[in-house]
Design a protein around this ligand. Sequence first.
Ligand code: HEC
Ligand code: HEC
Ligand code: HEC
Ligand code: HEC
Length: 435
Amino acid sequence: MRIQLLAILVLWVSAASAETALEAIDAHKHMGVATCSNSVCHGASQPFRDSDVMQNEFAIWQEFDPHAKAYQILEKPESRQIAQKLGLGDPTQAKVCLDCHTDNQPADHRGERFQISDGVGCEACHGGSELWLNSHADRSIAHADNLGKGMYATENPIKRAELCLSCHMGEKDRMITHRIMGAGHPRLSFELDTFTWLHPHYKIDAKWTKRKGEWNGVRDWAVGQGVAGENLLDLVLDPKAGWQGIFPELVLFDCHACHKLMQGKKWGPRQGTGLGPGVVRLNDSNLLMFRHVLAPVDKAAAQRVFEQTRALHRATTESREATFAAARTLRATIAEVLPKVAAYNYDAASLDVILASIIADGDRGEFRDFSSAEQVAMASQSVVVAFENDGKLDKDRAAKMHARLDGLYDVVKDENNYSMARFDSALKELRAAAP
Ligand code: HEC
Ligand code: HEC
Ligand code: HEC
Ligand code: HEC
């Protein structure tokens, strides 16, 4: 079992650097959602009892998963207004919108039953099924064989994070720019573990574990932060994505550094940036969280990430070259420690170390920025649910912690009314309820 798990981990880590998520997803023809939705395939109305998977995935996706309606969003007045302000014409024809709001395959990659209006369908996440559509239903064929034929390893947290972030944060060929935000697009925010469980069409049980390895929500949260940090730095480093005109791409910066009232008296220092008042700062929320991720895994690495993030902030006030150099250094550090994070067994003790590390940051005033606070709220939820799933919370305590979590979420509900003091005290109450 141990050896098998190790083999899975090695596979995960080595697979992660080979090709980008988009290259993998787009490698083969996409046959269309209709090829998956037959009632004896994934279109059952109830879960099958003696199958490895539920087989009602299509019904769940169609009814509950917003991805099924992602294309229809583009037909709405909100989308037309955004597109009109950007001079894009019809948003259902605009590549920039289609790339994230559907499975935007080129004509020669669309199977007969493929429909662009199906939105973010099965193959947008599971990869083009041209070569594995027939074989994957055969139980005698191992999962690894399907992966070899182009099925995407959604179970691998590094690969899953890369996939989700390609739309939920954007990447160099699929950018959500500040111009798009300025035209009225909602701000994007993402946390791997929280988002994986908002509308699931899967469940993790003994059968799943046997085929795909252990599941650990805290580890997924941890990996998600690291991959998001890498993704941000890749965008900073990409001249096309990060720098056009005399300003850098503003979407990479903390929105609330610019978007707040001009009354003054709100500024306070943040050790994590080392910047003075009146300076635009990169959105470092994922980098900040990645330090907490590392707290139980590798304290020295956590300190290195802290220092290199500060150095990056400082470099942005110096020059583009200094910024690139600092971004490269930090990118290399994350890439180096990410495999260690993916292989780490986050247990009850490490969960407490994480909470303590987050709260120490709160005491130092690190959660002045709304986006960091939002990440902390999502992180705390993952951490508590992991406690629960591990059987480390009795029913009463779980109920108490969930109530405190609601309190924490309440503080980040409205970004325009965010108060750091309220957030810090909600965070302390949460910890006080922990075992
Ligand atoms: C980088 C990927 C990306 C691009 C590019 C993109 N979107 Fe989005 N869009 C998203 C994601 C992800 C969400 C959901 C955000 C969430 O709920 O967390 C979203 C949400 C929206 C919403 C709000 C949906 C709702 O349920 O209220 C609208 C409207 C929208 N997008 C329109 C557009 C239009 C029009 C374009 C083209 C100009 C576009 N988007 C380009 C990823 C993208
Ligand atoms: C937004 C991305 C996304 C979309 C869209 C999506 N899936 Fe999934 N799917 C996942 C993730 C993540 C998992 C859980 C990890 C895993 O089991 O690999 C999963 C798991 C599954 C599983 C369970 C696999 C197992 O081994 O237990 C099946 C079956 C499945 N999806 C089928 C579908 C079908 C059919 C559709 C379309 C109707 C679909 N998925 C659409 C992301 C997606
Ligand atoms: C091809 C682009 C794309 C990919 C890949 C993608 N998403 Fe999405 N996702 C979207 C868009 C667009 C929306 C908004 C749809 C809407 O509002 O109807 C969305 C919405 C969501 C929502 C609903 C958010 C809310 O506020 O309720 C969740 C949860 C989500 N995605 C999770 C994931 C996860 C987890 C993955 C990776 C396994 C993933 N997504 C991969 C484009 C994508
Ligand atoms: C460096 C400063 C800066 C940063 C950082 C920044 N913005 Fe802006 N934002 C601006 C400026 C300047 C405008 C243009 C105002 C105008 O057109 O009058 C603007 C306009 C907007 C608008 C349109 C407001 C309106 O209705 O006229 C939205 C929405 C917006 N930004 C969202 C965001 C989001 C979301 C982020 C973070 C991802 C962000 N901004 C980051 C400076 C910034």
